[in-house]
Write a protein that binds this ligand. Sequence first.
Ligand SMILES: NC(=O)c1ccc[n+]([C@@H]2O[C@H](COP(=O)([O-])OP(=O)(O)OC[C@H]3O[C@@H](n4cnc5c(N)ncnc54)[C@H](O)[C@@H]3O)[C@@H](O)[C@H]2O)c1
Ligand SMILES: [Zn+2]
Length: 343
Amino acid sequence: MQVKVVMIGGSGFIGKHTAKFMSGNDLCVYDLVPPEFESEYVQGNVLDEKRLEKCVDGSDAVIFLASLISVPRSFDTVAEYMNVNACGAASLVEAIKNASKRPKRVILSSSAAVYGEGAYVCDVHGKVYPLPRSQDQLNKGSWEPRCPYCGREVKPLPQAENDELKPLSPYALTKQVQEWLITAMAPRLGYSAVVLRYFNVYGPGQRPDSPYSGVITRFISQAMQGRRLQVFEDGLQTRDYIYADDVGAANARALELEESATINVGTGIRTTVLQLAKLIAGRHGVDVAVGGYRQGDIRHSVASVEVMRTRLGWQPRTALEDGIAATESWMNESAHLKSESTP
Ligand SMILES: NC(=O)c1ccc[n+]([C@@H]2O[C@H](COP(=O)([O-])OP(=O)(O)OC[C@H]3O[C@@H](n4cnc5c(N)ncnc54)[C@H](O)[C@@H]3O)[C@@H](O)[C@H]2O)c1
Ligand SMILES: [Zn+2]
């Protein structure tokens, strides 16, 4: 059935990949900048409640993607992050409240960042939530998180939707606020709220030269320049890398959910940063170096994918090697285009 979908913040990286899965729908993008794909488009700021109301009025579903997305930047411009991300979600709620025909579904792009370091297992204390690692601990090269009660090293658990949320950055806190607002207002305003917590998204269209970019595009870009890849800590920290097309497909799938739900969107596969670096370095014949650390980084993150499988009835398709190859082709092509357009 054709449905009218408004994608707020749809001109960005994930919007572009989501649009590929919207061909049967009547799509409208609301964003500060126009999309690079064919779509109805309304230019507007997410904070402009009136304009947003006009756009969402009469739609069937809203996919909410508009956010500022850099964790490090969010520490420097806290008020701006709170304003755009948290007030942006509030503005959407107001727009829906005032619309004469309200959408029946809101899909929110949240983030694994809401979990912070997440839950671990201590041999003595069972499931625990370690504190962020101290500078002293990191200086000693003692990388694994420790039990907050007895100080023993603990083992990571997959991050599950009903875990406690421990956001560690202003960005992560704004995603938690978005989740809370969109979910709590759902029964009052008569829509179902589908909160999707994306893990580490990568793929074509993610700019390698911006502070917002993920580690995969950064590594590929460095390897393409023949540079050595620098991996922090001992390289054995883990992440869950999910290809952008798979995230787009998950957004499309969420349009079919009738009831509210909070769902991780990840692969459930742990990859060490060292494995990732070696995979990319091997394709270009460059070296990998290990060492140093960044205060505030978490040690381990992988999605529990049970809820995704059962509620969404879906799982990602793209193997990391294939996703990296596709991202590399795109970066080669765009480097080629750039050099052609430079006189
Ligand atoms: N990329 C990732 O790895 C990742 C991971 C987890 C969650 N997310 C979430 O996914 C969503 C989309 O991320 P992305 O990677 O596509 O980011 P992006 O920066 O490429 O896209 C965001 C879009 O929002 C628009 N936007 C920003 N401020 C706006 C405003 N005030 N009014 C209207 N539009 C505005 C931008 O113009 C841009 O087109 C974000 O909510 C982000 O928090 C992304
Ligand atoms: Zn313990």
